[in-house]
Write a protein that binds this ligand. Sequence first.
Ligand SMILES: [Zn+2]
Length: 318
Amino acid sequence: MSHGEPWRAVLPPGFSWPTGVRAAACFTFDLDAESGTLFDHPETAGQMDVMSHQAYGPRTAVPRLLRLLDRQTIKATFFIPGYTAERWPEAVRSIRDAGHEIAHHGYLHEGSRHADPETEERRLLRGFEALHSVAGVRPIGYRAPNWELSYALPAILARHGIIYDSGLMDADHPYRLAVSPAPDAPTIIELPAHWALDDWEAYDYLPGLTGSGVIGSPADVVARWTLELDALVTEGGLFMLTNHPFISGRASRAHALEGLIAHARAIDGLWVATCVEIATHVATLDLPPVVHRPPVLPGNERTRPQAALERLRRAPSQ
Ligand SMILES: [Zn+2]
């Protein structure tokens, strides 16, 4: 680029936004509630203090956030674990009744790590059942709890009618994701996310469970998110913000978030939409599928854990 030339967005081959749109923003909420601690720390079921911290989401934050979204006249996407729906049916139905998208977020907020495909499929189906029995909805979007996505899961998602996933981190624009390396593999749409656009790291602190104890100021956090939003608008990308009602539904954080949403709405050509709206558009594009293959480790190099194990074996026994 020569000096003085304006910054221009470079879109991936085949990618375009709808006419008049130059970038997009999704405001999403993961309604983890109690399930956010129960899978990894089941002992917290007996800890009223921790459970109350998580219950703040459906009990206090959801009504506040629904009012906020109504004031800003935008629709959001709520990713909801099935267990949350069963425990807080009225909160989930209020989200549905306000016209927001409800998407799948596991059953008990189970991460993919160490799960075999059969286990992953069983959890997916249990999440579907819970959301259907509580709210009568059949989601077509998915976000992996903790964003832990195994290589096997996309094929399972596609088999059960999921059209998009949101959580991979290798792009600024939505893309078509091949569910396996097979040449004729089905595809779903990926709506990429990133830890820097998640409220958990900035705000969440539960002693002994999560966070460092350093809790960010909403002014700083929203300033950081605004920088990324403005830059992604310039790049023609997708701003995917992930908030949790129990975290960002706190008063000052919700107020700061509303300021960010108002800022986004005032940007000319920025499409503020739900995930399913974005995915439905991207599905109409003739995009080459992106194939993710796990790296093959070099056979002639010991990894750090292998080397450590060998040192332990060599050490004289005490
Ligand atoms: Zn979650």
